[in-house]
Design a protein around this ligand. Structure first.
Ligand SMILES: Nc1ncnc2c1ncn2[C@@H]1O[C@H](COP(=O)(O)OP(=O)(O)OP(=O)(O)O)[C@@H](O)[C@H]1O
Ligand SMILES: CC(C)(CO)[C@@H](O)C(=O)[O-]
Ligand code: BAL
Length: 351
């Protein structure tokens, strides 16, 4: 993207690493903190929640918008991924937060300081293929943590995410960074990457996880890909994933085994699938569960089938956390969601 094609807005939009670095150097010199929110654009209230958390805690907030080819498999939706750049920049121009600081009693208004909007060649100087076997250059893999949950269906996804986020961290050099709980495996894996690579910008303890923002009536997790849903899919089928996870959660809290919890969740999806199939007057939608699973948040290991809350708790900490997550196809849209069972503070999820 050339700077002449970027719409005018209230903050600088940097399309190159070198132009951003000039701005960043000044923030370093002035000992100002920089909060960072990485996005692929098509912004919604979920993204804005991350931006607000950053505004609350940092002198500056930088948002990146970059649709990363490396995290899309060749058969996935890179070509059709939603893009709403003028609206994104407008949303970021209108967001503000009033903060209290020790020097300034209540009157300080913070707004985003900059957007980083790089081209593909800026981010991948050696070039990039979506086909892993054809790739050349430097990639980041968090070994042992990218094949479970989302990685089972999307085996090259976390390699693409870790690679681009390492590049973004190197370019932006944030003091703190904010990721959404909606992509819980991504956030936990990136914290591990920062720890393993001894990163300072941000340090692993400054990678913050923000609770999932949901549609207030249906509880559907907000997601850029929700734009693919028809209105009937959005109302009838899409909310089933969260409802299924809630059914598993209540079975877990009632002392049931993991196996029982997951079959309760599957029953919720089956009921919705049958309803959608039986509405013969309407356009038919194909609803298909990809997975619902329960994993250890530290190792990402799958919990054994007979695990109950009591067995899990007695093993280590009280109210020990579990990641209960799932993915489901509604027509051509793949939705993901999760609930943390037990104490969410063990995962450092913000309150
Ligand atoms: N509903 C949400 N609540 C909180 N954070 C969210 C929500 N949706 C996305 N995020 C977070 O925003 C950041 C950028 O996400 P991204 O741009 O991929 O949007 P997305 O809505 O997750 O898109 P997609 O539909 O591709 O999954 C990630 O850290 C992601 O977890
Ligand atoms: C973190 C991220 C911006 C990397 O491309 C993406 O995976 C996302 O938006 O969740
Ligand atoms: N928020 C996750 C980005 C992706 O699915 O590619």
């Amino acid at each position: 993207m050339s700077s002449s094609t970027v719409p005018e807005c209230a903050f600088p939009v940097f399309t190159t690493v070198s132009s951003y670095r000039e701005w960043r150097r000044k923030a370093f010199d002035e000992k100002q903190t920089v909060g960072f929110v990485a996005t692929m654009g098509a912004l919604h209230e979920g993204h804005l929640a991350l931006v607000k958390r950053s505004l609350a805690a940092n002198d500056h907030t930088v948002v990146s918008i970059f649709v990363n080819p490396a995290q899309f498999a060749p058969h996935e939706d890179l070509a059709t991924y939603p893009s709403t750049l003028p609206r994104d920049l407008e949303l970021l121009s209108t967001i503000s937060l009033q903060v209290k600081t020790s020097e300034n009693e209540g009157a300080l208004i913070r707004t985003p300081s900059a957007v980083f909007l790089p081209t593909i060649s800026e981010m991948y100087p050696t070039g990039i293929s979506q086909n892993v076997t054809e790739q050349k250059g430097t990639f980041v893999e968090v070994k042992g943590y990218g094949h479970q949950m989302e990685g089972k269906t999307r085996p090259t996804f976390f390699r693409g995410v870790a690679t681009v986020v390492m590049k973004l961290f190197n370019a932006i050099e944030p003091t703190r960074s904010y990721f959404g709980q909606k992509d819980i495996q991504q956030a936990l894996l990136l914290r591990r990457m920062a720890r393993d690579m001894l990163m300072a910008h941000p340090s692993p303890d400054k990678i913050h996880i923000v609770p999932t923002v949901r549609d207030t009536t249906s509880s559907l997790a907000l997601s850029s890909r929700n734009a693919y849903l028809t209105s009937r899919e959005r109302q009838i089928a899409a909310p089933a994933l969260h409802a299924a996870l809630q059914a598993a959660k209540s079975a877990w809290q009632n002392g049931m085994s993991k196996q029982h919890c997951i079959s309760d969740a599957q029953a919720v999806i089956n009921t919705v699938t049958e309803k959608v199939m039986s509405d013969r007057n309407e356009d038919s939608t194909d609803v298909r569960l990809d997975y619902i699973e329960m994993n250890d948040p530290d190792s990402f290991d799958i919990l054994p089938e007979d695990t109950t809350r009591v067995l899990w708790d007695s093993d280590r900490a009280r109210d020990r956390a579990v990641v209960l997550s799932g993915a489901m196809w509604v027509g051509k849209t793949r939705l993901i969601d999760n609930i943390i069972l037990g104490d969410t503070r063990q995962l450092g999820i913000m309150e």
